[in-house]
Design a protein around this ligand. Sequence first.
Ligand code: 13P
Length: 248
Amino acid sequence: MSRNYYMAGNWKMHMTRSAAAQLAQEMVNQLRDGKHKYLVAPSFTLLETVSAVIEGSNIRLGAQNCAPEEQGAHTGEVSVLQLKDLGVQTIILGHSERRHNYKEDDALINKKVKLALKHGFEVILCIGELLEEREAGKVEEVCERQTVKGLEGVTDLSNVVIAYEPVWAIGTGKTATPQDAEAVHAFVRKVIARLYSEDAASKIIIQYGGSVKPENAAELMAMQNIDGALVGGASLKTESFVPIAKFS
Ligand code: 13P
């Protein structure tokens, strides 16, 4: 397979500066000889601290969201210009916690995706179905809609990563079986082939997220269409993230 594995930690709303600096330093030390692509995405307030620690390492700096506008009267929002200023290279967009808890819809996510790409960021676009959507047989319909609408107007996928995160598997300890995840990844790749090209589909990285742990990382990564992981809870400790990141 020509695609490189991409192992990412989404720290969500955890930690304060000293703990974040310590965790980032441990990751730098322990992933120095890692063979894959790596990313950590801390909260906005930790970006500057973590940026200084990982500078010059093989770990990229990610943010967990951005505003849909460049600047202006948007109280409480954080702009792509401010993220760039802190050394952020990648922005996670459309996370299910943003979609479902903060009511971000596909149109808003698409606006953010286009703005982030315009400013040269790599985007990790998260997609994934709710449990009731899975039970109603709507997995493909939901993932296709989120992919198509999230990428509307995007012509070049070279800075786009997709993360399939079934919502029922996030933070619940329930992982999709490797076979179930693989089926969705293969389907999303077909959607990309139809929308773009076979070449774009063969190159795009599709991460899996949802209760990824050291015990299940290797079997998930062994699937043909699973190219990496977006890890939540297990990314908060080197004891769990490093074995995932260095799965074999
Ligand atoms: P968990 O690994 O805690 O299930 O979270 C997954 C996730 O939402 C990563 O973005």
